[in-house]
Design a protein around this ligand. Structure first.
Ligand SMILES: Cc1ncc(COP(=O)(O)O)c(C=O)c1O
Length: 372
C-alpha cells in the first residue's frame, strides 16, 4: 500500500470506530479546524506559563487564560492559583502528588481501591509511602477504613488522594468526611489532591454539586481536557496554589524559563485548543453540554432498567454502570469493563439513539446467554 492509501485506511478506521465509542469519557463532538494553521509551526510551551521564555513561538498567554478559567471553575482566586496545561489527567495527578511529596517528604499517601491506575504508578515513581484503602461497593472510599489507617499512622503527615469521579463508577469521595477524619485525629500536616479528570468539567455546571474545589479544602486538582471538553490531542490541567510552586521551581538559563512543570517541551497547541473551546462554548455552552449529558445518562439508566438490566449512576454522574455483557458487545461498543461490571459514559456525542442501540444489543446478548 502506498502512503496515501495507508493514511486513508487509518482515517476510515477512526471514522468507523468513533461511531461506536460509548465506554470511555472522551467527547467526540468538536471542531478545531479553525486552528489548523497553527500546525505549520514548531511551537513549544516549554517552562512556566507565568514566566518568560527565550522560545517565543509559544501560547503561554492563552495558557495563562486557560489556567485562569479553571481557577474560576475550581473555586480559587486567580491571583492565588498556579497551573499549566498538561498532557492529560495522569500528568495532573503526578503533579499534585509530587507537590504533596515535596511539601511533606515523610507523608503517607492514602488512596482507595477504586482510584485510577495512574496513582499507584506515580507513588511508586515517587517512592512515596502509600496505603491503599478499601472502597465501598458504590466506589467511594471506605471512610471507616480510611479513619483507621490514618489513626494507626498518626505520626506522619497525611496526603489524601480524593476521587472526584472514579474511573469505573463515577463515585465522588466526600471531602468533608476526609477533612472530618483529619480534625478528629488532630492531624495538622495534611494535603488533599483531587483527581477530577472527568467530573471537574461537570460539577462546576450543576445546581447541587458535591464538594470538589479549593473552597472545599483541596490543595491541588487534576482535570482532563480531552474528556468533557473534547480534543483530538490528549490534554488536561494541573492546578495548585501559587504559594506552593516556589518549592519546586528552578531557573533554567538554557531556555530562559522557570522549570515548574513536569515535562520540558510541552504542547503549545493544546492550550490554544482549550482556550478556543472556552471562547466557543462559554460557560453557558458548557452548562448546556453537561445538562444534556446528564439527561442522556438518566435516559440510559431508565432504558436499561426498563429492559430488565439493572443499571445505576451516582448523582451528577454521566457514568452508567450495568452488569458486564459479553466480550462481543464490549468490543463492539468499546466499553470499559472491570470484574463483573461495565459502563457507558454519556459524553456529548452519545445520543439517545446510541443509548437505544447499546441497550438493545445488551438485551439481545443477555437473552442469548440465558438460553445457552
Ligand atoms: C478518575 C481518572 N483519573 C485519571 C485519569 C487519567 O486521565 P488521562 O487519561 O487524561 O491521563 C482517568 C482516565 O480515564 C480517570 O478516569
Amino acid at each position: 500500500m502506498d502512503t496515501q492509501a495507508r493514511l486513508d485506511a487509518l482515517l476510515a478506521h477512526f471514522e468507523t470506530h468513533s461511531k461506536t465509542f460509548a465506554g470511555y469519557p472522551v467527547n467526540q463532538n468538536f471542531d478545531y479546524s479553525a486552528l489548523l494553521p497553527f500546525l505549520r509551526y514548531s511551537a513549544n510551551n516549554v517552562g512556566d506559563p507565568f514566566h518568560g521564555s527565550n522560545f517565543q513561538i509559544n501560547s503561554h498567554e492563552m495558557e495563562r487564560e486557560v489556567v485562569g478559567r479553571f481557577s474560576d471553575l475550581m473555586r480559587i482566586p486567580r491571583e492565588d492559583a498556579w497551573g499549566y496545561v498538561t498532557s492529560g489527567g495522569s500528568e495532573g495527578n503526578m503533579y499534585g502528588l509530587y507537590m504533596a511529596r515535596e511539601i511533606f517528604p515523610d507523608g503517607v499517601f492514602y488512596f482507595s481501591q477504586d482510584t485510577h491506575y495512574s496513582v499507584l504508578k506515580i507513588l511508586r515513581i515517587l517512592k512515596a509511602r502509600h496505603i491503599m484503602v478499601k472502597s465501598q461497593k458504590n466506589g467511594e472510599v471506605d471512610y471507616d477504613d480510611l479513619y483507621e489507617m490514618v489513626r494507626i499512622h498518626r505520626d506522619a503527615p497525611v496526603i489524601f488522594m480524593a476521587n472526584v469521579g472514579t474511573t469505573m463508577k463515577g463515585a465522588i469521595d466526600d471531602i468533608s468526611k476526609m477533612r472530618g477524619i483529619l480534625d478528629d485525629l488532630a492531624v495538622t500536616d495534611s494535603y488533599i489532591h483531587a483527581d477530577a479528570a472527568l467530573s471537574g468539567m461537570i460539577l462546576p455546571f450543576v445546581d447541587d454539586p458535591q464538594l470538589y474545589g479549593f473552597d472545599a479544602g483541596v490543595d491541588s486538582v487534576a482535570v482532563s481536557g480531552h474528556k468533557m471538553i473534547g480534543s483530538p490531542v490528549p490534554c488536561g490541567i494541573a492546578l495548585t496554589k501559587r504559594a506552593y510552586v516556589n518549592r519546586i521551581s528552578r531557573s533554567i538559563e538554557y531556555v530562559g524559563v522557570l522549570d515548574t512543570t513536569l515535562s520540558g517541551s510541552r504542547s503549545a497547541f493544546t492550550p490554544i485548543m482549550l482556550w478556543y473551546a472556552f471562547q466557543l462554548h462559554g460557560l453557558d455552552g458548557f452548562k448546556r453540554m453537561v445538562q444534556q449529558s446528564l439527561e442522556v445518562a438518566e435516559y440510559a439508566v431508565n432504558r436499561f432498567n426498563d429492559s430488565g438490566i439493572p443499571a445505576w449512576r451516582h448523582k451528577n454522574s454521566i457514568t452508567v454502570v450495568f452488569p458486564k455483557p459479553s466480550e462481543e458487545i464490549i468490543h463492539k461498543w468499546q466499553l470499559a469493563s472491570y470484574e463483573n461490571i461495565a459502563h457507558v459514559i454519556t459524553m456529548p456525542h452519545i445520543t439517545r439513539e446510541v443509548v437505544d442501540a447499546v441497550v438493545d444489543d445488551c438485551l439481545a446478548d443477555s437473552r442469548q446467554r440465558a438460553v445457552q
